[in-house]
Design a protein around this ligand. Sequence first.
Ligand SMILES: [Zn+2]
Length: 294
Amino acid sequence: MKVKVISVLEDNYMYLVIEESTRHALAVDAAVPKRLLEIIRKEDVVLRAILTTHHHWDHARGNEELAQLLPGLQVFGADERIGALTHRVSHGQELSFGTIRVRCLFTPCHTSGHMCYFMWEDNSPDAPALFSALGPLGAHPCPTGDTLFVGGCGQFFEGTAEQMHTNLTQILGTLPKDTKIFCGHECTVRNLKFALKVEPENEVVKEKLAWAKQRDDEDLPTVPSTLQEEFLYNPFLRVTEEAVQRFTGRTDPVEVLRALRSHRDNFKKPKERPNPQAMLAFHWGLFGPFLEKK
Ligand SMILES: [Zn+2]
């Protein structure tokens, strides 16, 4: 099994999971059909199904077009709002695509119908020699959509801190430690800047942030990480750590998580884009006087 990481839109990821022996493939979050079809052609694979993590447009908007272009295409997801859905899946359900197996992990909170997809391949998951042959893309990829990010977690748009706590500790947190986290967005640098604010003394956060900045400079993705790594620097997985409790002023894990999310929501983006009002004021300052003369 091979996972192709495809960057689309502002900072989204689509994934193409390929069964190498048959050249059959699954797409995860097919937001941009044109780009996906390019990669499918380049890789010379047949797309069998789409797994959609949640209904947001930047994850699901390509479904209808792809379903039209590729008759018989199966579209899996856990939310009726997902376009062209053919198979509504539920928690714990297992899917097979050739030798690729998928366990559906229901993680409601970012949206009420969010699903993560833990994957492995029959005949190979325990062969260490094969692990190294596959390089960094080991045997347990898990697309996590907008639930678990590298260094962070998704916003609680349609759920509660209790739900996200269950998602992170019981649903995703109990997966094998070498599970590869393939999240829905590249927001690692910003997440880790926040993590550093939460835990200024955490050396692993510093190291991972320096690495992520380097990747960013080189325009390279920071996915996948491993679950094991996430436990070392992701504050949302570290709610029982003293430093994280100190930062939030709470000790109950759910309350720590709730407070963390609210701090993160207010952790402003650096000024990457000009503020439209400021731009207007600036241009008025420049050209206003000339206009007034007329
Ligand atoms: Zn989303």
